[in-house]
Ligand binder design. Structure first.
Ligand code: ATP
Ligand code: MG
Ligand code: MG
Ligand code: MG
Length: 562
């Protein structure tokens, strides 16, 4: 029998005011309604109501993963450095990794995702093609030292992820494991009541080939996606950002400084970058997630720094500064300064190719001619960015594309043999020869899904959960004196016996008005009010979403809810 949760005894304090730093509705409401509390930047405590919702989402995930033959395991979050060093991700992940040392000086990390450790675990257990395919998963705490932990649990530095991994001997097998996951994800998001899109995506630091993301449309999202209203084309705009080969260094004369009246600050630079449509913006130099990056925007787009930053979000785009070139003072003296410098030197229609802005303290407000990449400055990588605008033609059918913001709630990858190659994971094939294993990896942000649901379903009065994930089926409000409270507890008991999960507001000394406001804020789908007509055995049922109410006998109300 489901338990009755009595608010008089619960660890629950609702707040009248929004937390000062809250930018998004989910952050505001989950804190105010007493679901979560901030522990430190990007690290959250889940209070009883929040834990229930988190657990409800996890249960749906678990059921659907089990249904495709997934085997649940639990790997450590505290991981040794060595496997991540072998895969290259110890370096690749950079500042994103939480690294630590034990008392003997051995190095560890807190797992951001577990491809390496799962490969080793399954390699240890599976030696023959007969042992495969295998799907293993866990629902576990992940750690990423995000550059901008924001929006409450939407982007945590500690968060809950369901990660699963498939191991197959053939490409067809991998395609089938991927298809199973894709179908399971659709069922999961449908069941928990999330509106979502499936879009093609880049593989990023994961490596590998095919990959799709599940995006929950929401203004608070950090991803931008395009979708076609006429066909089923949809893509994350990240997917059209590709890392390209650097251009061959051109022959140039010595750097020559030119006096100009301009003093480019960050503002004037941003303004300057809104180049006319005829100009092609190439080799703009900025830092993307701390890496000095040359960004090319092919085509005839107008783009400014703000737009670029938005486009590349959640990557952090910053201007380069003198410190970034600290290793090459002789090369960059005069080219970069404390205000930072972008190098739209091939883009500026007013100046010749090879011309750079100077914002240096020595000679601010000058251009320099003949600036050469590789000689006068170096970059970490080159990105080609395709900026898509609303109404651009769909690459599949030509109809005008729509653009929206969304939250990435899931991500599925066909990794291929990348990790099997790193760790030499072969099984004995049917012909008696070793066969290299091929792998998929599949994530769902379980804690993020809670926030995404809050984003999509809340209204002005508060949270508004779909029943499948709600912390209770019904919120019984005792609106009155002792008589109402006693009756409310009795009704709560009846409801629980009938199979409903019940939250009952039996707090003494709290006015009915405050209780109603709290019920709206907490967002349980049905509110049952034991009020004025309690003595006659009549209560009121209210639908949290529509606001529709009706008066019923207690018996009818219990039957309607359970
Ligand atoms: P994002 O682009 O938002 O940074 P990601 O692409 O880095 O996410 P993946 O490595 O694909 O994330 O991880 C799988 C899933 O884990 C994501 O689809 C997302 O739902 C969730 N997730 C990733 N980072 C976070 C985070 N910092 N807080 C909460 N959930 C996260
Ligand atoms: Mg990320
Ligand atoms: Mg992503
Ligand atoms: Mg991802």
């Amino acid at each position: 029998m489901p338990q009755v949760q009595r608010m008089s005894a619960m660890l629950l304090k609702t707040l009248r005011d929004d937390p000062a730093d809250a930018e998004t509705a989910s952050h505001r409401l989950l804190v105010r309604a007493g679901y979560v509390r901030r522990s430190s930047a990007g690290v959250w405590t889940w209070l009883p109501l929040g834990k229930r919702v988190l657990e409800n989402v996890a249960c749906v995930v678990r059921e659907e993963m089990d249904a495709i033959g997934g085997q649940e395991v639990l790997l450590p979050a505290l991981l040794p450095k060595e496997p991540y060093q072998r895969s290259g991700r110890w370096e690749e992940y950079g500042d994103l990794l939480f690294r630590l040392k034990d008392r003997k000086g051995a190095e560890y990390l807190l797992g951001p995702t577990h491809e390496e450790i799962f490969t080793l675990t399954v390699k240890d257990q599976c030696t023959s093609y007969k042992d495969l395919p295998v799907i293993v998963y866990q629902i576990q705490t992940k750690y990423r030292d995000e550059a901008r932990p924001r929006s409450g649990v939407l982007r945590g530095r500690e968060f809950q992820m369901k990660d699963s991994y498939s191991f197959d001997t053939t490409d067809e097998g991998l395609a089938e494991s991927y298809r199973l996951h894709r179908a399971a994800y659709r069922r999961i998001f449908e069941r928990i009541g999330l509106d979502y899109r499936i879009v093609s995506a880049v593989s990023g630091a994961m490596g590998g080939s095919a990959s799709e993301e599940f995006l929950a449309p929401a203004a608070a999202g950090e991803d931008t996606f395009v979708e076609c209203p006429a066909c089923d084309y949809a893509a994350n705009t990240e997917a059209v950002t590709t890392v390209v080969e650097p251009p061959a260094p051109a022959a140039h004369g010595p750097v020559e400084e030119l006096d100009t009246p301009d003093t480019p600050t960050i503002e004037t630079l941003a303004r300057h970058l809104a180049v006319p449509a005829s100009a092609t913006l190439k080799n703009l130099l900025v830092k993307v997630d701390g890496k000095i990056t040359a960004v090319g925007v092919p085509g005839d787009r107008e783009v400014d720094l703000g737009k670029l930053a938005e486009h590349l979000a959640p990557a952090v785009v910053e201007l380069v500064t003198a410190e970034d070139f600290a290793g090459h003072p002789e090369l960059v003296r005069g080219y970069v300064g404390p205000q930072g410098l972008g190098l739209p030197y091939l883009a500026d229609p007013r100046v010749a190719p090879g011309t750079a802005w100077i914002t240096g303290a020595n000679k601010p407000g000058t251009h320099a001619r003949n600036v050469v990449c590789g000689r006068d400055f170096t970059v970490d990588r080159y990105l080609d960015v395709v900026v898509v605008e609303p109404g651009d033609p769909c690459p599949r059918c030509g109809a005008g594309l729509r653009i929206g913001r969304a939250i990435e709630i899931g991500h599925i990858f066909q990794l291929g043999r990348k990790y099997a190659d790193v760790f030499g994971f072969d099984v004995l094939g049917s012909q008696g020869k070793p066969v290299r294993v091929t792998m998929g990896s599949y994530g769902i942000g379980v804690s993020r899904a809670v926030a995404a649901l809050a984003e999509q379903t809340h209204d002005e009065a508060g949270l508004c959960w779909p029943r499948e994930v709600a912390p209770a089926d019904v919120h019984v409000v005792a609106a009155g004196k002792t008589q109402q409270t006693e009756l409310a507890l009795r009704v709560a008991g009846d409801l629980a016996r009938a199979g409903a999960r019940v939250l009952v507001d039996d707090r003494a000394g709290v006015s009915p008005g405050v209780k109603f406001t709290d019920a709206e804020l907490i967002g349980v789908p049905t509110v049952l009010v034991v009020g004025r007509r309690a003595g006659e055995g009549v209560v009121e049922l209210k639908d949290r979403r529509t606001g529709e109410r009706e008066e019923l006998t207690i018996q009818a109300a219990v039957a309607a809810v359970a």
